[in-house]
Write a protein that binds this ligand. Structure first.
Ligand SMILES: Nc1ncnc2c1ncn2[C@@H]1O[C@H](COP(=O)(O)OP(=O)(O)O)[C@@H](O)[C@H]1O
Ligand SMILES: N[C@H](CCC(=O)N[C@@H](CS)C(=O)NCCC(=O)O)C(=O)O
Ligand SMILES: [Mg+2]
Length: 499
C-alpha cells in the first residue's frame, strides 16, 4: 500500500519572495533534508522518466554505445531537483544573448582582427594555425558567406562574492545539449508536480525551455534560405558519439516538424564522398547539402589525418551554409574572448552604448600572458586564476598551483608558448546541496553550477531573420571539481529554479 504521504518528510520551507537572495537560496530547498524514502522514490521516478523520454546517453562501459543507436544506453547524469538560481541574473543572461549573437557576427566579418589577434598563437598552436589557414584561403578566394547561421551557447557562473553573472566562454561551435536540456527541464517540472505535497515548490518557477525547437527552426529556416528543396542538412559527427541522442532529438524535430531531411557524416566520410559542383554546390554521397552543422571539428583529435582537414576545407569552399563558418568558429576562441575584453574593443563592433555596457558587465578578468603584472600575481596567487589554451570540449584548462608551475616553466624556457594561453579570473559560485544521479545511483553532494543560455542567429545579407535567446542549460558539478563538462564526465545536466 502506498506510504501515507504525511508520514514522509515535513514539507520543505519554501522561500518567501523578497527575502535576501542568498538567504532565499539557502532556504528555498535543501534536498539533503529530504527523507531518504522520499529521495529513493523520487530518484526511481526520475530514472523511469528519463528512460521513457530519451534523456539518455551512450554508456561508456558499453563499447558499441557510441556507434549503434539503441545499444548501451544509460540515463543522462542529472541533478534530481532543479537548482535555485536568481531570476534577475537569468533574465540578464537571456537579455544579453541576442547582443552576443550580433557581436559574433560583427567580429566574424573583421578578418584582419581575427588574423591579427590570433597571429602569435598561429606560431605555437598547430590546430588553431590550421583553422587560420582555412580562413586565410577563404579571404584569398574572396569567399563571402551571405547566409550566416549561429547556434551558440554562452556559459556563465554567478560569482558569490560580487553577485555578478560572469561569462565563462561563448561557444560558437558544437554547442551541445539543445535536446537534453529541454528534457531535464521537463523532468524537473514533472517531479515538482508529482511530489508537490512534500516539496511545496512551485513548478512554474522552473522556466520552460524550448532550445531544441528554436534550433530546429533555425536549421529549417537556413535550409529554406538556401532554396534548393532537394538539398539536405548535414551534421558532421565524431566516429564515436555517446551524446548521439541529444543530436538525434534535434534532427528528429527538424524532420517531423519541418520535413527537412538530414544526413550524418564524419569528416573522413565527407572527404571520401564529397565534391563541389561548378556552381559551388556541396554534394556528399550523391546528396546536395544546404546546411553543414558541425558537432565535430572543434578539437585536434577530430583531425587524425589530412583527410579530415581536406573535408573541412571542402565544406568551407562550398556554397553550403556553415554552422559555424570558419570565421564564426574563430570568433568563438578564448583568445578572441580575451581580446574583446580589452578597453575600447567592443566599441569597434557594437554601436549601442547600452548593449556594450550589458556585454562588458558579463566580462570576468581576462588577460594575455603579456601582462607581466598579472602573470606575477598569478604566480603568487594561482588559485585566483584559470589558464586556458585555445581548446573546446572540456578537460583542457590549468588550475591552482599548476598555473604557477606552468607560468614559471614558460618564463624559464622563454619560449613563445605562452602566446597560446589566456589567463582568466577564477569565479567562485555559491556552493549548494544537491542530489546527483549517475548510473542509477543518487549521491548527496555539495555543488556549483554553470548556466548556459543558447542563442539563435540567422541572417541573409542585410536581413536578420532570427536573433533570439533560445532556452538554457544548467550544468552542475561537485564543488571540489576544477573542470566542468558533462561529456567530459565532471558535470550533470540540471535546470534552474527561479528564486
Ligand atoms: N573563470 C573560471 N572560473 C571557474 N571555473 C571555470 C572558469 N573557466 C572555466 N571554468 C571551468 O572549466 C570548465 C571548462 O572551461 P571552458 O572555458 O568552458 O572550456 P571548454 O571550452 O573546454 O568547455 C567550465 O565548464 C568551468 O567548469
Ligand atoms: N560529443 C559532442 C560534444 C561537443 C562539445 O564538447 N561541445 C562543447 C562546446 S565545443 C559543449 O557544448 N560542451 C558542453 C557540454 C558538456 O558539458 O559536455 C556533441 O555533443 O556533439
Ligand atoms: Mg565550456
Amino acid at each position: 500500500m502506498a506510504q501515507d504521504a504525511s508520514s514522509l518528510v515535513s514539507p520543505l520551507k519554501c522561500s518567501r519572495r523578497g527575502e535576501d537572495e542568498t538567504e532565499t537560496r539557502k532556504s528555498v530547498f535543501d534536498p539533503h533534508s529530504l527523507d531518504s524514502n522520499l529521495i529513493q522514490k523520487m530518484g526511481y521516478e526520475a530514472l523511469v522518466w528519463s528512460s521513457l523520454h530519451g534523456l539518455v546517453v551512450g554508456d561508456r562501459n558499453s563499447q558499441k554505445s557510441g556507434k549503434v543507436p539503441g545499444v548501451g544506453l544509460v540515463h543522462a547524469p542529472i541533478s534530481l531537483l532543479p537548482t535555485p538560481f536568481p531570476e534577475s541574473h537569468w533574465k540578464q543572461a537571456c537579455e544579453v544573448a541576442p547582443i552576443f549573437n550580433e557581436l559574433v557576427d560583427r567580429v566574424s566579418l573583421d578578418a584582419e582582427f581575427l588574423q591579427e589577434s590570433l597571429s602569435r598563437i598561429k606560431k605555437v598552436d598547430a590546430f588553431t594555425s590550421r583553422l587560420l589557414d582555412i580562413h586565410a584561403k577563404m579571404l584569398e578566394m574572396n569567399k563571402k558567406e551571405e547566409i550566416r547561421l549561429g547556434l551558440h551557447r554562452s556559459d556563465y557562473m554567478l560569482d558569490q562574492q560580487t553577485n555578478l553573472l560572469l561569462q565563462i566562454e561563448l561557444n560558437t561551435i558544437s554547442s551541445s545539449f539543445a535536446g537534453l536540456s529541454v528534457l531535464v527541464s521537463e523532468l524537473h517540472r514533472s517531479l515538482l508536480h508529482e511530489f508537490k505535497q512534500h516539496l511545496s515548490l512551485d513548478p512554474e518557477r522552473s522556466p520552460l525551455n524550448n532550445t531544441v525547437g528554436q534550433f530546429a527552426e533555425a536549421l529549417s529556416k537556413a535550409w529554406a534560405e538556401y532554396n534548393n528543396p532537394r538539398a539536405a542538412v548535414m551534421i558532421v559527427v565524431q566516429t564515436v558519439e555517446r551524446n548521439m541522442y541529444d543530436q538525434h532529438w534535434l534532427f528528429t524535430v527538424l524532420k517531423e516538424r519541418y520535413q527537412v531531411r538530414s544526413i550524418r557524416k564524419t569528416l573522413a566520410e565527407i572527404d571520401a564522398q564529397g565534391e563541389i559542383l561548378p556552381d559551388g554546390t556541396l554534394v556528399v554521397d550523391g546528396e546536395a547539402v544546404a546546411v553543414v552543422y558541425f558537432r565535430a571539428g572543434y578539437t585536434p583529435s577530430d583531425y587524425p589525418s589530412e583527410s579530415e582537414w581536406s573535408a573541412r576545407l571542402l565544406i568551407e569552399q562550398s556554397c553550403a551554409i556553415k554552422c559555424p563558418s570558419i570565421a564564426y568558429h574563430l570568433a568563438g576562441t578564448k583568445k578572441i574572448q580575451q581580446e574583446l575584453a580589452k578597453p575600447n574593443q567592443l566599441e569597434r563592433f557594437l554601436e549601442n552604448k547600452d548593449d556594450i555596457a550589458k556585454v562588458r558587465k558579463c566580462f570576468a578578468g581576462l588577460w594575455s600572458l603579456d601582462d607581466s603584472s598579472i602573470v606575477k600575481d598569478a604566480i603568487e596567487r594561482p588559485g585566483l586564476y584559470v589558464m586556458k589554451p585555445q581548446r573546446e570540449g572540456g578537460g583542457n584548462n590549468i588550475y591552482g598551483d599548476d598555473v604557477r608551475l606552468a607560468l614559471q616553466r614558460m618564463q624559464k624556457e622563454g619560449m613563445e608558448e605562452d602566446a597560446a594561453y589566456i589567463l582568466m579570473q577564477r569565479i567562485f559560485p555559491t556552493i549548494s546541496p544537491a542530489i546527483l544521479m549517475r548510473e542509477g545511483i543518487s549521491h548527496k553532494e555539495h555543488v556549483i553550477s554553470e548556466l548556459g543560455v543558447y542563442g539563435t542567429y540567422l541572417r541573409n545579407k542585410t536581413k536578420v531573420i532570427m536573433n533570439y535567446h533560445s532556452g538554457h542549460l544548467l550544468r552542475t558539478k561537485v564543488s571540489s571539481s576544477d573542470e566542468g563538462g558533462v561529456a567530459a564526465g565532471f558535470a550533470v545536466l540540471d535546470s534552474i529554479y527561479l528564486v
